[in-house]
Design a protein around this ligand. Structure first.
Ligand SMILES: Cc1cc2nc3c(=O)[nH]c(=O)nc-3n(C[C@H](O)[C@H](O)[C@H](O)COP(=O)(O)O)c2cc1C
Length: 384
C-alpha cells in the first residue's frame, strides 16, 4: 500500500459508505445572485463529485438574520431548496454525496443584509473586528433562530435532496459567538459558564435532530482558531465539554478546522496540532480541514488522527483533486486567490482536470498522441 492508498479506503458516515477519505470542504464562492442556487453552481459541484466521495456545500443561509455576504445561496424557502436540487441531483448522478452547510453569520453581517435594516445579531453587543456593534438576541429571538435551523435542515434533506446537513458552528460565526467567552458577555442562561455558552449550540443540534435523523447531521467547530474576534482563554475546557456532550448525539461526523488555517498554511505540522488532545473524545467519524496536502492527509489518516480530510483551496483549482491524488498527477497550484469569492464561471468552473490539460497540450503540440501515462483514460474507468 502506498502512502496515498490509505486515502482510498472506505469509511462510514451515518448510513453512507464512503469509498475514500477526501471531502470537499465547504467553500463560499458567492455565485448565487438573489440567494438562489443555480445551474452554474450545480456544474461546479458536479465537477468535484466522485463515486462514493463526500462534498460539503458552501455555507448556505439558514436564518432570516443569518446572511452575511452578497450572492450566497440560502435554504430558507421551498423555492431556494428546490434550486439546490439541481446541485444535489448532479452530485448523485456521479455517485457522490453532498451535505448542506447551514450558516448564520451573526455579528459578521451588515445592517444592509438584515430584515428592516436592523443591526446584525449576536450573543452580546460586542463587535467583530472592523464590523458594526451587533444587538444581543432576546431569548424569544434565540428560540426563533433555533426553529429556523430545524426548518432549513428539514428542507435540505427533503426538498433540496441533500444527504445531510453540516451545522456551521465554527470560524467566529453565530454559534461560535455564543461559545467563546470573548464574544459572549451574557448574564442569562446563555452566558457565563461553559454549559451556558454551549446551550445555544445544543438547542440548535437537538432541534435539528427532531427533524432529521442523527445519521444525517454533522457539525463544524474550530477550537483554538483565533478568527473574527471569537476566542476563549480556556478552549481546552470549553471544547472538552462540547465534545463530551456530543457523544450521546451520535452525529454523522464532526468536522474541525485546524487552528493553523488562519496562518494560511504556515502553522505547525499537523502531527503537532492542538486538536490532537481531543481525539479520544470522538465517537463519530472526525473530519479535519486546513492546510492539508495529499501527503499530510494520508499521514493523518494512517496515524488515526482523522477519519476524513477536508480539502478547500486545492479542490477549487483542481476539480479532479481526488482523481489526481489517486493517480499521483501534479496539482494546479492555488496560490492566487483570484475569483475565490466572486465572479461568474471564470475561476469557478473553468479550472481544468488533468486529462483536459493533457488534451490541450497535445493539441498545441500538433495533435500528437500524448505519451504521458494515463492521459485520456476515461473517468469512468478510474478506480475510486
Ligand atoms: C474561498 C473560501 C471560502 C470558504 N468558505 C467557507 C464556508 O462557507 N464555510 C466554512 O466552514 N469554511 C469556509 N472556508 C474554509 C474552508 O472550508 C477550509 O477550512 C480552508 O480553505 C482551509 O482548508 P485548505 O487549506 O484545504 O484550503 C472557506 C475558505 C475559502 C478559501
Amino acid at each position: 500500500m502506498t502512502a496515498s492508498d490509505i486515502l482510498f479506503t472506505p469509511v462510514k458516515i451515518g448510513d453512507i459508505q464512503l469509498k475514500h477519505r477526501i471531502a470537499l470542504a465547504p467553500l463560499t464562492r458567492s455565485r448565487s445572485p438573489g440567494q438562489v442556487a443555480n445551474t452554474l453552481n450545480s456544474e461546479y459541484y458536479s465537477q468535484r463529485a466522485t463515486p462514493g466521495g463526500l462534498l460539503v456545500s458552501e455555507g448556505t443561509t439558514s436564518n432570516a438574520t443569518g446572511i452575511g455576504y452578497a450572492d450566497v445561496p440560502a435554504i430558507r424557502t421551498s423555492e431556494q431548496a428546490r434550486a439546490w436540487k439541481l446541485s444535489t441531483d448532479a452530485v448523485h448522478k456521479r455517485g457522490g454525496y453532498i451535505f448542506a452547510q447551514l450558516w448564520h453569520v451573526g455579528r459578521v453581517s451588515k445592517s444592509e443584509f438584515q430584515p428592516e435594516g436592523k443591526l446584525p445579531v449576536s450573543a452580546s453587543d460586542l463587535p467583530a473586528p472592523g464590523k458594526e456593534a451587533p444587538r444581543p438576541l432576546s431569548v424569544a429571538e434565540i428560540e426563533e433562530i433555533v426553529a429556523e435551523y430545524k426548518a432549513s435542515a428539514k428542507l435540505a434533506v427533503t426538498e433540496a435532496g441533500f444527504d445531510g446537513v453540516e451545522i456551521h458552528g465554527a470560524h467566529g460565526y453565530l454559534i461560535d459567538q455564543f461559545l467563546e467567552s470573548s464574544s459572549n458577555k451574557r448574564t442569562d442562561a446563555y452566558g457565563g459558564s461553559i454549559e451556558n455558552r454551549a446551550r445555544f449550540l445544543f438547542q440548535v443540534i437537538d432541534a435539528v435532530l427532531t427533524a432529521v435523523p442523527a445519521t444525517k447531521v454533522a457539525l463544524r467547530l474550530s477550537p483554538f482558531l483565533d478568527i473574527q474576534g471569537a476566542t476563549d482563554p480556556d478552549a481546552t475546557a470549553l471544547f472538552t465539554y462540547v465534545f463530551t456532550q456530543l457523544q450521546s448525539r451520535n452525529l454523522a461526523y464532526i468536522h474541525l478546522t485546524e487552528p493553523t488555517w488562519g496562518a494560511w498554511q504556515t502553522g505547525e505540522p499537523h502531527s503537532q496540532s492542538k486538536l490532537n488532545v481531543f481525539r479520544h473524545l470522538f465517537k463519530a467519524p472526525l473530519m479535519l480541514t486546513g492546510g492539508y496536502t495529499r501527503e499530510s492527509a494520508a499521514e493523518a489518516i494512517a496515524a488515526g488522527r482523522a477519519d476524513l480530510i477536508g480539502i478547500g483551496r486545492a479542490y477549487i483549482t483542481n476539480p479532479d483533486f481526488v482523481e489526481r491524488t489517486r493517480a499521483g498527477h501534479p496539482l494546479t497550484p492555488f496560490a492566487d486567490p483570484k475569483g475565490f469569492y466572486s465572479g461568474g464561471a471564470e475561476f469557478y468552473t473553468t479550472w481544468k482536470t488533468w486529462e483536459e490539460e493533457q488534451r490541450e497540450k497535445t493539441k498545441k503540440a500538433g495533435g500528437k498522441t500524448s505519451e504521458i501515462p494515463g492521459a485520456g483514460v476515461p473517468k469512468e474507468v478510474a478506480q475510486l
